[in-house]
Design a protein around this ligand. Structure first.
Ligand SMILES: NC(=O)c1ccc[n+]([C@@H]2O[C@H](COP(=O)([O-])OP(=O)(O)OC[C@H]3O[C@@H](n4cnc5c(N)ncnc54)[C@H](O)[C@@H]3O)[C@@H](O)[C@H]2O)c1
Length: 379
């Protein structure tokens, strides 16, 4: 029997536009779902470029104004893959148009804006989700299972890093297509909202809420040429951010992110130390989960390097045979699968807007703390 379609209207064709489209194309081949994503329309401002994207990936049509997508009856779901300063406007209008919404992270530019988005989707009662995709890397999902089973016992420490090195050159301009991340007017903040947002989402999913933070940020290169104006302008983002925090469960957190860690491209790592066991994960080796269990017999006790590829590991039964890895791209495929599943069960796929709003509140507290050079409670 033909499955019911889930008609996608994609806004943006950049990095995430490609990652999500790949997931929509792949998901029904590997997961047995009630609905099949259909690539109905791609939207971006440049007609030629969006047409080239649509042709390459197999979208049926294109638009150059996202408002047109919202008017279309043949679109069920709006996928927001645009820079951060456009998420709220598109999402609120999409909710009012009764569309389901999948929105890239961070949800919003700040907490108050995020709250408006939460209120809009809850008022319209439309299914919604935010692409904090690392939750769906099988090794991270296994970490969640181990924690929820109580294998770590009481948790004492949570440590996360997200390190890159691509903005070290002072010659790199800021702003405009591709470099909007270096412009706070488009991005909201620098590494805090871009990279630490992921670390915070994973941390609160694994270890619960964060109650207060003490942060520092630094902007190493103070002025860069702005692509849009051609003038040398003040850099308004944070290049690096580190913060300490208390989790509500009493554990201590230590987070660091920078785009100035020469040699590191996307080194997202976390380590969690509990009373009975510890776990470690590293995006550069994403299929492995390192696990130390103090309950092991002392003669063989040590770090287990679990290759998360067996049929009983999260999501892996849907892929190849034990021992064969999947990659970064499949975290998005898993997220689409869970979203479609949630439409059948009625249990919202996480993180939904309300859940992702919690991360926004932590980001606000981090930036505020760094500015004030004082501890800040998370609202
Ligand atoms: N989940 C993740 O791991 C992850 C990774 C990268 C980026 N992101 C997030 O995804 C979003 C997009 O980032 P990206 O790296 O794909 O950016 P990108 O620069 O590669 O692509 C942005 C796209 O948005 C389009 N666009 C901009 N303004 C628009 C408008 N008003 N109407 C229609 N299209 C518009 C651009 O033409 C471009 O196609 C950001 O919010 C970013 O934080 C998430």
């Amino acid at each position: 029997m033909a499955k019911q379609p889930l008609n996608i209207g994609m806004v943006g064709y950049g990095f995430m536009g490609r990652a999500h489209t790949n997931a929509y194309k792949q998901v029904s081949q590997f997961f047995d779902l009630q609905r099949t994503p259909v690539l109905k329309a791609a939207c971006a401002r440049d007609a030629d470029k969006v047409k080239a994207f649509a042709d390459n990936w197999g979208y049926e049509s294109t638009e150059t104004d996202w408002r047109k997508l919202l008017d279309r009856k043949d679109i069920d779901c709006i996928d927001i893959c645009t820079p951060n300063n456009s998420h709220a406007e598109i999402a609120i209008a999409a909710a009012q148009a009764g569309k389901m919404i999948l929105c890239e992270k961070p949800l919003a530019m700040n907490g108050p804006e995020g709250l408006k988005m939460v209120e809009a989707v809850e008022k319209a009662k439309v299914p919604n989700m935010v692409w904090y995709n690392y939750r769906r890397v099988p090794a991270c999902s296994l970490a969640k299972q181990l924690i929820d089973e109580g294998r770590l016992g009481k948790i004492f420490h949570y440590r996360a890093n997200f390190l890159q090195d691509w903005t070290i050159s002072a010659e790199l301009p800021q702003g405009g297509a591709g470099l909007w991340r270096l412009d706070a007017a488009a991005a909201g903040s620098g590494v805090t909202g871009d990279l630490l947002a992921h670390c915070i989402d994973t941390a609160m999913w694994l270890n619960g809420g964060i109650s207060d933070v003490s942060a520092m940020t630094e902007t190493f290169i103070k002025e860069r040429t702005h692509t849009l104006t051609g003038k040398v302008e003040k850099v308004t983002i944070d290049d690096a951010c580190a913060f300490l925090c208390h989790f509500q469960n009493g554990s201590l957190g230590l987070f660091e992110s920078t785009r100035y860690a020469r040699g590191h491209k996307a080194l997202y790592t976390f380590e969690i130390n509990g009373e009975k066991a510890s776990i470690k994960w590293d995006l550069h080796d994403l299929q492995r989960l390192e696990y130390f269990d103090h309950g092991d017999a002392s003669r063989v006790r040590g770090w287990h390097s679990i290759h998360v590829t067996d049929g009983d590991h999260p999501y892996m039964g849907k892929w190849w045979v034990p021992g064969l890895a999947v990659g970064y791209d499949t975290s998005f495929t898993h997220q689409v699968a869970d979203f479609i599943e949630s439409l059948s069960t009625g249990k919202p796929a996480q993180p939904d807007f309300r859940n992702a709003y919690q991360t926004q509140l932590v980001l606000d507290a981090v930036l505020d703390s760094a500015k004030a050079r004082q501890w800040r409670e998370v609202k």
